[in-house]
Structures are given as C-alpha cells and as structure tokens.
Design a protein around this ligand. Structure first.
Ligand code: KG4
Ligand code: ZN
Length: 338
C-alpha cells in the first residue's frame, strides 16, 4: 500500500502546532510554538490572547514544518485538525486554517478529537495492539477504556465529578502556584512528604473515579489552618494531595486490569507527563506482567503529531468532513459525534 502522509494541526489551547506523520506512526517533522511564557504572566491562559497569537503564528509554523520536512503540500494526503475540545477562539484558528489548506490544495479534511490524539500518540512508541486498556488522564477526562479496535471504545470507568488534571490545576491555585498548575504541583510534591491525611476517594470495588471531594479537602484544610493561624507546609500538602490522587488512579487501574483481563495498557492525556505517575504505572504493570505504553514526554503535552496519528485510522475509514466543520469547546470524546 502507498504511504499516507497526514498533516495534523493543533491549536486547542496555548500551543500552535503542525506536524507531518507517515502512516499514523512515523513522525516526519513537527513544529510546536508554545505561548506558555506569555500566559504565565497572567496566571493562566487568556483566551483572547491565545487566539490572537495562534492567528499571528500559524502561517510561520506551517512554513517551518514544510521546510524541516522537505515535504510539499502537494504530497500531503489529508489535513487533520483538532476540532474539540478546547478554547473556542483557539480551536477556530486551527479549524479555519485547515479548511483553507484543504480547499486550496484540494485535500480531504479530517476532524480529530484532542483526546483521540493523546491516545494515538502511543502509536509513535509502538503500533497499538488490541484489545488494550487505556487510562486517559487529562484536563477534561479521567477514564479507563477498553479498546477492541481503532475508535472502538468501551468505557469501564469514568469520573463522577472533576477530571484529574482539573483537580491538579485547582490545587495549584490553592497553593498559590503559577500556571501551568499540574507540573508545578509535581515540582512541589517532589520536595515534600506525605504528612496531611486527606480522604481517600472511591475506596471501593467500582471502576469510577472522584476528585471533587479531594479538591474540597485541600481547600478546607488550607482554610482551617489559616483560621487557626497555622502556616501551611506547601510542599507537604502538594505531596499529600498527589499521593492520594495517584493512589486512586493506580487502585482503579489495578482493578480494571483484574476485571478485564487486559494484557496491554496505554496511558494518554496531559497528566501522563507526570514522572511520578509514569513511575507508579511502570511498577504496577511490571508487577502484573502487563505490557505498558506511555508516550515520550514531548508527546504528552499538546502537539500536532498526535493529531496526525489519530487521523490515520479515520483516513483509512474515509471518515472525512466537509467545510461545515465547526469547532466545539466541549465534547466528551467517548460518545458518537453528531
Ligand atoms: O490532556 P491535556 O492537554 O488536557 C486536556 O486536553 O483536557 O492535559 C492538560 C492537563 C492539565 O490539567 C495539567 O495540569 C495536567 O494535564 N498536567 C499534569 C502534569 N502535566 C500536565 N498534571 C499532573 N502532573 C503533571 N506533571
Ligand atoms: Zn491535551
């Protein structure tokens, strides 16, 4: 079969990225332009600034990736773009840019979900082999999902309230840590010890998760200590929180492996950038003699490589979209698109 070159475009938050990937697993070239330093000045992503910066930068990012890859637009087989979820104004820049490229160069257009990208980033390590159990831990998703084939998902467990990444971001704010929250909580946790006894969520046989109780416990603890005039040991609080959050993830993953009999596990989503989670997952899967795949760090944060990877099965399936494609700020991935 002829090689398939897909151009992926990602602009859902504060990274403008374009990538060219061969056959859904071989990265030819990627450019990621992050706006993190700009948003850090404001303590979080400012949507208006993010979309303006995407608009200003996206053409440069395209030129850069074409130069690095030595690929011409004519050689590209399809244009894939993140259409959901994320900041609407940011998504719109990528979506409209992708439409223009598809129109000008007469290429099929593929609408790819951001979370599919995080899942299929694992293809860059080793081609996904089914069935497998996917642990999805991101800013908007916390799921244990059985995959029996490409885009064939059975949700075994999901969060009853907040997503894990959202909880890390909230705790970062409570601790007064700058944006980006998750990695900064991790830095603090590394310097601290488990000393605060936070409640252990979902200590039962269910595969579902819960994070809002843990989040409230951190907020209340800080408030109560302040009321009493006690100083908070920030490093210890970060560590105590992270330990309880990951303990829940590891417990539920262990349970899901036991219940499903899975022999392969993949981890996906921004929280998989956590060195602590990577280590704990590696230990668990070694112990249970289960094959584990986690994308390398640079594919855990947002990038267009993963979008081009996720678009490959869509391409084979001729799952193309027309120019009526609209960006969606919120769309839970594990349900059918309308
Ligand atoms: O997957 P992602 O891009 O989110 C969505 O697309 O929804 O991941 C972003 C999330 C943020 O909530 C961020 O705080 C979290 O991943 N994150 C981390 C770490 N790095 C990123 N959480 C904990 N530890 C980290 N090292
Ligand atoms: Zn992401």
């Amino acid at each position: 079969m002829k090689d398939v070159l897909i151009m992926g475009i990602e602009s859902s938050c504060d990274e403008t990225s374009i990538s060219i990937v061969k056959n859904g697993c071989e990265e030819i070239a990627t450019t990621v332009l992050t706006q993190m330093d700009t948003h850090a000045l404001y303590g979080g992503v400012v949507p208006e600034i993010a979309s303006r910066m995407h608009t200003e930068n996206i053409t440069m990012v395209l030129e850069d990736v074409l130069t690095k890859s030595n690929v011409k637009m004519e050689d590209i087989d399809a244009i894939a773009v993140t259409y959901a979820p994320g900041l609407l104004g940011s998504l719109l820049v990528g979506v409209e840019f992708a439409k223009v490229l598809a129109l000008v160069y007469d290429k099929p257009l593929i609408a790819t979900h951001h979370i599919a990208g995080h899942i299929y980033a694992n293809n860059l390590v080793k081609k996904l082999e089914f069935p497998l159990l996917a642990l999805v831990v991101s800013g908007g998703h916390t799921e244990l999902v059985m995959m029996k084939g490409d885009y064939d998902f059975e949700v075994l467990g999901t969060t009853k309230d907040d997503a894990i990444g959202e909880c890390f971001d909230k705790v970062a704010r409570v601790l007064g840590l700058p944006y980006p929250g998750g990695p900064n909580v991790e830095k603090y946790a590394k310097l601290g010890k488990w000393t605060y006894d936070l409640p252990k969520p979902m200590d039962n046989d269910e595969l579902n998760f819960s994070f809002s109780g843990l989040k409230s416990a951190v907020i209340n603890l800080k408030h109560n200590e302040e009321q009493r005039g006690n100083a908070i040991r920030e490093y210890d609080l970060a560590r105590s929180f992270q330990d309880v959050a990951f303990d829940q993830v590891i417990r539920k993953t262990r349970l899901a492996i036991a219940k499903s009999g899975a022999k392969r596990v993949i981890v996906a989503g921004g929280v998989s950038a956590s060195a602590e989670l990577r280590e704990q997952m590696t230990k668990l899967c070694d112990e249970l003699k289960v094959d584990l795949s986690i994308p390398p760090m640079r594919y855990c944060t947002d990038n267009a490589t993963m979008i081009a990877c996720a678009a490959y099965p869509q391409f084979l399936n001729k799952d193309f979209t027309d120019f009526s494609l609209r960006a969606k700020s919120q769309e839970y991935f594990f349900q059918k698109k309308d």
